[in-house]
Each structure stands twice: as structure tokens, then as C-alpha cells.
Ligand binder design. Sequence first.
Ligand SMILES: C[S@@+](CC[C@H](N)C(=O)[O-])C[C@H]1O[C@@H](n2cnc3c(N)ncnc32)[C@H](O)[C@@H]1O
Length: 396
Amino acid sequence: MNSLPANNPDWLVKKIIKMGGTICFYDYMKFVLNDPINGYYGSGKAKLDFRGDFVTSPSLSDDFAFLVGKQIEDWLIQFKSSFLSNQKLAVIEFGAGDGSFMSGLIKYLLGSSNNFLKGVYFVIIEPNKGMVKKQKHKLEELLKLGIDILWKGLEELEENNINGIVIANEVLDVLPVERITFSNGKLFRQGVSIDKKSHKLFFNEMPITSELGKSIELAKSELGITIPPEDVFEGWTTEWHVDNSKWLKAIYGKINNGILLIIDYAKEAKKYYSSKNSDGTIVSYKNQKMMNNVLDSPGNCDLTSHICIETLINDAETLGFNTVGITKQGEALLALGLAERLYGIQKVFKDDLSHALLRREALLRLVDPLCLGDFKWFVFKKFKEKKMNINSTCLR
Ligand SMILES: C[S@@+](CC[C@H](N)C(=O)[O-])C[C@H]1O[C@@H](n2cnc3c(N)ncnc32)[C@H](O)[C@@H]1O
């Protein structure tokens, strides 16, 4: 992964110079994604659909939200018929992008015969103000109908107060990561430096902090993950997800009884941290193109890295979550009725071929094994009533 561009924006140049000329990769990712004025998500310039920089499952069509909606509805029914029957239930979405998922989900529940909406409230937890603006715009009509949708900071939620479902689709992949690199027989923390004359960004090496060192040792002792791998080459680099456990811990504290559904790009540790995966998984997206040079066009594109399956499960279980199951998106959506939906489209739009083809393509992309269909669904639960049994169609 080389560092190239000369046209780095002034705001970033100033920031890095102010911080001494080198920042860690974690800070670089945080600034370019979340800076409130110039960051990709912070400013709200992120464009998440087939006309924008990249697609997410909910941005393709309402199909994804309707299929996940079936699962959410089914979980809510199980909660209502359990010891939670008198509770107002929550559906909480982290990182709601342009609001497509929440909008599709509420539309699905509005059309359901279960008449749930009175007993359910919806919360979006979105730290980026630019994205909140987009979400409010998308959800305007539903807000006018009086649907109970709130925007809150995670810290505003009371401890042990959520009874319901928490969902995060493609959120962990944008949480800032540290990068660890192997050079001259030693591990370093990857830094990003600025050449003061040319204003070019380039990768640099910084000493490993004691916190990073401890977390690498812990991964070895608890999960047998060896960093660097035994047959490592000079320059081997990987991502280290320092925020996942903090994020999980904060959510764990807020849930009283509920399910956490995480959907994201993920890899097994043995592939993630193998010597063959010599440059990690981080890439950027702009205009539907994936780019390997993550120093290019800072603040104007998405940066995303895979999560490590075992590390995420270990972090969740260490906190006290129980793993209900993990599956691939393709399998989950088929179990939830994607094939029937596909068949239904051909019938409903039989006189509107172009519409039918677009919907068909959107549905097929959700299960394409080379893309969204390979996303992993992680279902975790936390219940006071430890024996509370939860059936999950998506895991069948
Ligand atoms: C790749 S987009 C996914 C959007 C949406 N979930 C979807 O699937 O279309 C990532 C979203 O996560 C938000 N985000 C970034 N950091 C976050 C954090 N710490 N907590 C919650 N959301 C965050 C971004 O602002 C953005 O809305």
C-alpha cells in the first residue's frame, strides 16, 4: 500500500502538522471519516446507493429491511409472549447511514398484521451530524405519522434499560482501527506522516503502545492468534480493532434483555492474520470503485476494514453476551424468504419488466456470495432470565 497524493486538503494538513507531523492510523481514519466539517460521514457527504460511492444492503431497495424486518418482528413476538409482555420494546439502530433501513423496517411493521407499533419505540444512535440530517429527511413522512423515532447518543441511554433489539449493519467496519506493521524483525504501530513541503501523505512507523502490546498478547493467550504470523514477510501489515470491545461493552451495559444483531464484512482469524494477507483488509470506496490506496482523497471516500470473527465473538462473550449463532447473509436472507420474494416480484411486476429486473437485481446482489451475500450475521443475546430461549429463523 503506497502513499501518493499531493493534493491533500488543507484541513488535514493543518491537523497533522499541529499534532507533530505524524499521527497514528487510528487518528487518520477517525479524522477522515468523522471530522464534523470535512469527514466523509461527519459532514454527511457520504453517498450510499448505486448512484453514489458504494451500496449497502438497505440502500439497494426496501427488500433487505423487509426481510430483516420479518426476523425482528418474530423476535419481538417472542419477547411479547415471554416475561417481557408488559414492557415497551425498543428497536435500536446504530449507524443508520441515510436512514434506509429504519425507513424500510418501519414500513414493514406498519404493513404487518401484528399491530406492533404502539408497543415499540425506535432509536437511532448516530454520532455523525451530517448523517443525522440525511436520516431525518428520509424518515420525515414516518415522523409526521407520529412514529416514535428518537435520535440519541449512546451515553444518553440509561444503563440496563433496553428491552428489545439492537442492530448494527456495516458499522463496525467503519470504526477506526490501529494498523500493525512488521519491519526489520519488529512490530510497529502504523503512522501517517505529512511531508511539510509537498504535503504528501506517507506511511510511517511508530512504537507499539503498551495498550496495543497487551492486546496482542491477550489475543495470543486467549485465541492463539500470533502476531506477526510465523512465516511473515517484511512489510506485513494488519488491522487491529481496538474499538470493538469498547463499543460492545457500552451496548452490553445498556441492554436489560435483548438481542444484538451485527452484520458486517468478517474473516476468520487464520485467514485474517495469515502471512498471505500481507496488507490487511482495509480499502476505500468512491464512485462504486474499491481502492487500495487509503491515503488517497481523504475525507471524500469511505474507509472500511473487515472484522475478525473469533475476536468479535470472544469480546462479546467475555462481556457476558451469549452467542445465539453466526451465519452468512445469503443463507440468512434465504431462510427469511428471499426466494419467495423474488418469485413474487415476477408476478407483481409482470407488466413492468424494467422495474421487475431492477428489483430482481437488487435482491440477487443481497445474496451474491462474492459480495453482500458473504457478510456475516452475528446474533448475540443478553437476558436476565438466563433460560430465555430464542428462535431465530435467520440461523436455520
Ligand atoms: C457504512 S455506513 C452504514 C449505514 C447503514 N447501517 C446501512 O447499512 O446503510 C456506516 C454508518 O455508521 C455510522 N457510524 C460511524 N461511527 C459510528 C459509531 N461509533 N457509532 C454509530 N454509528 C457510527 C456512520 O456515520 C454511518 O452512518
